[in-house]
Design a protein around this ligand. Structure first.
Ligand code: ADP
Ligand code: MG
Length: 730
């Protein structure tokens, strides 16, 4: 019996294995595994609490003298919940999370066993982390990078089966201080944004003391049966199917979207949501997505650093909880060809400590002007640094998705809706005219009321935009489903900080020349509109027309990762990231190298998996089937039957021969090419070669012929679970 049919039979049994998750009031479990500030109150001395509070609010380092008190408080809390081990939890650049567990248990010098968690272990650890990617920043013999506590993200307890581990969110840096993770630069970008945005806010409101960026992500994912997944080496090794003929029924009926959720998946969702609630992840929505087998969940937005941690944590939780339900979660951007891929929309805005959403249209002339300042600067940031935004969402997986018919194109543009387009147009066309302070046409507009109403009409077309204003926030839609949002958030917040700084310089220079503040601000808003209007696009982002139009406008359109990544190491990028204190040039160069290496590895593995599956599994099946046809034809001929009795079979034999020969030859050529490309020393050249000489000429071609074979070969002998079996879970 083939693996595939075993798996299908097993799938039937997997169904009955469900454990029901009790319905609980969310508020009764929310955050129960998180060491919140509120909770810390009863576990910490006054001094320790104040020091923690201060370090969270002001982003200051914890003093060593207070660290042990903090550590004891956290340990007491954790032990009260049955925790025995702790770990520094961090986000290395290979896209997963990392942890190395240590127990509280230790032996004193006199031999007595005790449980202890000292301040030093809370603040800093040295994982043996020599094999995390560093882009050459940390030669392997100098393997010691260290992790350092990020108090702004609370400690939490991860439950795995019966085991419970205290996780301390940390940054991961080399001994020279270069960052080796996503969190360290993210915190720096957010700090830079805070400073720049605060300066601009203070033109309008002196009471504002802090600006934080907010993020609400929407996570798309596929769920398939675990037994079927295990029977697909490509899913196990590449997180996606490299072969698979389209099913008779795909997504053309659109009957999955917002349809009822299959019971098994529903049980899984409720289970992982419960785990998420305990970890303080404020999940809000769940629903089916467009493709069969595809779903989405989204939380209430949070401050960016926390939201990023929560997303990474949730991806991990989902994968673990899925096992309990004999399901497999696929976070890859394009697990199945021919149907929609998965993205992770990043809804982004800026909030003040006084409770204002800076991208929320105002109610008064003053708040209208403040809104317009931030709104227009966000557009300008995207316009000026579209290449960086393109680079920060690049990955081998996302290349399959961007520009496919359901995802935004690789061209970065901004959608703002008809109404705001008109407002910006009004401001722009009044060149030469002087603005007056109570500008009727612009500042007295009832933006607050009109925009949300008008946004509703625009939803259909704005779905095709990679960067859309949705009434009170921007939605960055080009981010891949498996990505760490930090990558996009580091870039977006840095370019926003940079743009706001320039805005302030420009405004100040007009004020110095004698303009009134409001007039100066309006003038620079106008200037920025003029300079960035090329990036605004209200039409259908999926259409070919847009590709031509974008080219005419000179907007960059880089479809593949190795070339898109070039933007990371331009002089412009080096300047912006270093001036905003996010990356030193050497760190950027290292990151560029790591991204290229990640790309190379992914394509390398996919190439190998394709070759192995084709040669060891699929071609032998096809040859066997062909052999049986040949014998049958011979037999029919021996009986003296005419060609009308075996002619069709002969055609199938011919067809099989054609596909078999092509696959053999193409795989062989691909292997030769891969070996050649592997000799290339320069990482960038190698990545480009992997893309243009290995992936592009061979992958689709091999796949085409294999998928034809799938349709020809006797179903009873086909060993890889088929799309129709994987995509329609019952
Ligand atoms: P839709 O589902 O139509 O895209 P929603 O209103 O449901 O829009 O919002 C989607 C996501 O946007 C949610 O995660 C939500 O929390 C987030 N969001 C809403 N307001 C903000 C904001 N000010 N900053 C960041 N994210 C936000
Ligand atoms: Mg959305």
């Amino acid at each position: 019996m083939s693996l595939r049919f075993d798996a299908i039979r097993q799938m039937g049994e997997n169904k009955s294995d469900l454990k029901e998750t009790k319905s609980t009031k969310i508020t009764s479990i929310f955050g129960e595994n998180v060491f919140t500030l509120e909770k810390s109150r009863s576990f910490l001395s006054d001094d320790a609490y104040k020091s923690l509070l201060h370090s969270i609010q002001a982003g200051k380092k914890i003093e060593r003298s207070i660290a042990t008190q903090l550590a004891n408080g956290i340990r007491t809390w954790a032990e009260s919940k049955g925790v025995t081990h702790f770990t520094h939890w961090f986000q290395p650049l290979n896209g997963t999370t990392a942890e190395k567990h240590d127990s509280f248990f230790t032996i004193k010098s006199d031999g007595s066993p005790i449980e202890e968690f000292d301040g030093a272990s809370l603040i800093q650890q040295e994982p043996d982390a020599s094999s995390f990617p560093s882009g050459g920043l940390r030669a392997t013999f100098e393997a010691r990078g260290y992790t350092a506590w990020d108090p702004s993200s609370p400690a939490f307890i991860m439950e795995i089966g019966q085991g419970k581990t205290l996780c301390i969110p940390t940054i991961f840096v080399s001994y020279t201080g270069a960052s080796l993770d996503y969190k360290a630069p993210l915190l720096k970008a957010l700090e830079s944004l805070n400073k720049a945005a605060l300066d601009v806010c203070n033109y309008f409101d002196k009471n504002i003391n802090k600006v934080t960026a907010t993020l609400g992500w929407e996570q798309e994912y596929f769920v398939i049966d675990e037994s079927l997944a295990n029977a697909r080496p490509d899913i196990i090794l590449c997180d996606r199917t490299v072969f698979g003929a389209p099913p008779a029924k795909g997504q053309q009926l659109d009957d999955h979207y917002f349809g009822s959720i299959p019971e098994r998946v529903y049980a899984f969702m409720r289970d992982f949501e419960n785990e998420a609630y305990k970890l303080g992840i404020p999940l809000r929505t769940r629903h089916n997505e467009v493709a069969p087998g595809q779903y989405e969940c989204a939380p209430i937005f949070e401050e960016v650093n926390i939201a990023v941690d929560h997303n990474v944590l949730l991806m991990d939780v989902m994968e673990r909880v899925a096992q309990r339900h004999h399901l497999k979660v696929l976070l890859h951007e394009k697990p199945f060809a021919g149907i929609n891929g998965s993205g992770k929309h990043n809804n982004w805005s800026l909030a003040t400590d006084t409770g204002i959403n800076l991208l929320m249209p105002g109610k008064t002339p003053k708040t209208n002007l403040m809104f317009l300042a931030f709104f227009v600067n966000a557009i300008k940031a995207v316009h000026d640094h579209a290449d960086l935004l393109r680079a920060c969402i690049s990955s081998a997986g996302n290349d399959h998705r961007l520009g496919a018919n359901e995802a935004p194109p690789a061209i970065i543009s901004v959608f703002i809706g008809k109404y705001l387009s008109r407002v910006l147009n009004d401001i722009e066309t009044r060149v030469g005219e002087d603005f007056d302070e109570q500008d009727e046409a612009i500042l007295k507009l009832d933006l607050h009321k009109s925009i949300p109403e008008l946004m509703l009409d625009n939803t259909d077309r704005n779905r095709t935009s990679p960067f859309a204003f949705t009434g009170n926030k921007f939605e960055f839609r080009a981010v891949g489903s498996s990505a760490n949002c930090a990558n996009a958030m580091i870039t977006l917040n840095t370019i926003m900080a940079e743009t706001l700084k320039n805005f302030k310089t420009d405004v100040d220079s007009l004020i110095d020349k004698g303009d009134k503040k409001e007039i100066a601000i309006l003038h620079i808003i106008q200037k920025n509109i003029i300079e960035s209007k090329n990036v605004l696009f209200e039409g259908d982002g999926y259409s070919m027309d847009w590709h031509h139009e974008a080219e005419r406008r000179g907007l960059p359109n880089v479809p593949t990762t190795p070339l898109a990544l070039d933007a990371m190491v331009t002089d412009k990028a080096m300047k912006i990231f270093s001036e905003n204190n996010v990356y030193k040039p050497i760190e950027l160069a290292a990151r560029h190298e790591i991204e290229l290496e990640n790309y190379i590895k992914k394509i390398q593995i996919e190439g190998r998996v394709m070759g192995d599956l084709a040669i060891n599994q699929i071609l032998p099946l096809a040859v066997n089937y062909q052999q049986s046809l040949v014998e049958n034809i011979k037999g029919l001929k021996d009986l003296g039957l005419p060609e009308s009795s075996w002619g069709s079979q002969l055609k199938i034999v011919e067809s099989l021969s054609n596909h078999i020969e092509t696959v053999y030859a193409t795989v062989h050529e691909m292997i030769i090419k891969r070996k050649e490309v592997n000799q290339i020393q320069n990482t960038r050249t190698k990545a480009i070669a992997y893309c243009s000489q290995v992936k592009e000429p061979f992958f689709d071609k091999i796949r085409y012929h294999i998928d034809k074979l799938e349709l020809l070969v006797d179903d009873a002998h086909w060993r890889l679970p088929k799309y129709r079996e994987m995509l329609f879970i019952r």
